[in-house]
Design a protein around this ligand. Structure first.
Ligand code: HH2
Length: 263
């Protein structure tokens, strides 16, 4: 499944400002659905390294009108990309069906209780630190072990709060407190995370580790993003969070056809 990205922000790393007006965001979401998105992910706070945090009120002002207008028009579900339980709560009331919790672990019981009470879908994403600090000195003894332990701990906490396993999807959080090597190690261990029994989501689209690894500019990250998508599919990842829905859809469908006919 493809989760298409709608950043209602002035400062997202790859498309900041393009969909900052509510009209542009709504139109972009409709286009992503037409291109084949299975979920539309609406976010009002950039989580790129060093991004300026936005207040709850400002984040809601950005995303709620967009979700309210999209909910009756889209046939696919809307996810709310946020770290804040209050924003998630308001977004669900406005018509979102999934919480894409990019601050999983840092926002305590409130998010878990919200998800338990509303029966919303829930993306549990790993991040070391906060966007303000996360890329200063990411450090792990063993990144795969630590992210797996985080998922196990968080799945336990979610269960204790009354969240059903079927509501939860796991995401290693590429670029969120990770060096290029950490990202590559996590990509190499996707099958390990698949053994935790929940579907995996991956967000590699246009991420900066591509430039650091390959020496290409932001505008040139498309082909490597598709390579990551194809790799992820072959490792059993079920959801991909992407900017370029049409291109990813074509690449992934080809990869699936090849996989399904391999001897
Ligand atoms: N990455 C970003 C934002 N949200 N959510 C999940 N589940 N997984 C990710 O990898 C992920 C995410 C960062 O990308 P983007 O939204 O394009 O940029 P920004 O945070 O600058 O708005």
């Amino acid at each position: 499944m493809l989760m298409g990205i709608v950043n209602v922000t002035p400062d997202s790393f790859s498309d900041g400002g393009r969909y900052f007006s509510h009209d542009a965001a709504v139109q972009h979401a409709m286009e992503l659905q037409a291109e084949g998105a299975d979920i539309v992910d609406v976010g009002g706070e950039s989580t790129r390294p060093d991004a300026r945090p936005v207040t709850e009120a400002e984040e809601m002002r950005r995303v709620l009108p967009v979700i309210e207008r999209l909910a009756p028009r889209l046939s696919v579900p809307i996810s709310i990309d946020t770290r804040k339980p209050a924003v998630a709560r308001a977004a669900l009331a406005a018509g979102a069906a999934i919480v894409n919790d990019v601050g999983a672990g840092a926002n305590g019981r409130e998010m878990a209780e919200l998800v338990a009470g509303t029966r919303a879908g829930y993306v549990c994403m790993h991040m070391q630190g906060t966007p303000e600090t996360m890329q200063r000195a990411p450090s792990y003894e063993d990144v795969v072990d630590e992210v797996r332990n985080f998922f196990e701990r968080h799945l336990r906490r979610l269960r204790e709060a009354g969240v059903r396993a079927e509501q939860v999807v796991l995401d290693v959080g590429l670029g969120f407190g990770k060096t290029v090597r950490h990202n590559l190690e996590l990509l190499g261990a996707l099958r390990t995370f698949g053994k935790l029994g929940r579907p995996l989501l991956l967000g590699a689209s246009r991420k900066s580790f591509i430039s650091r690894l390959l020496g290409v500019s932001l505008e040139e990250r498309g082909p490597a993003s598709l390579a990551c998508a194809n790799w992820a599919v072959l490792q059993g990842v079920e959801l991909l969070r992407v900017h370029d829905v049409a291109a990813t859809r074509q690449a992934v469908r080809m990869t699936e056809a090849l996989r399904d006919h391999s001897s």
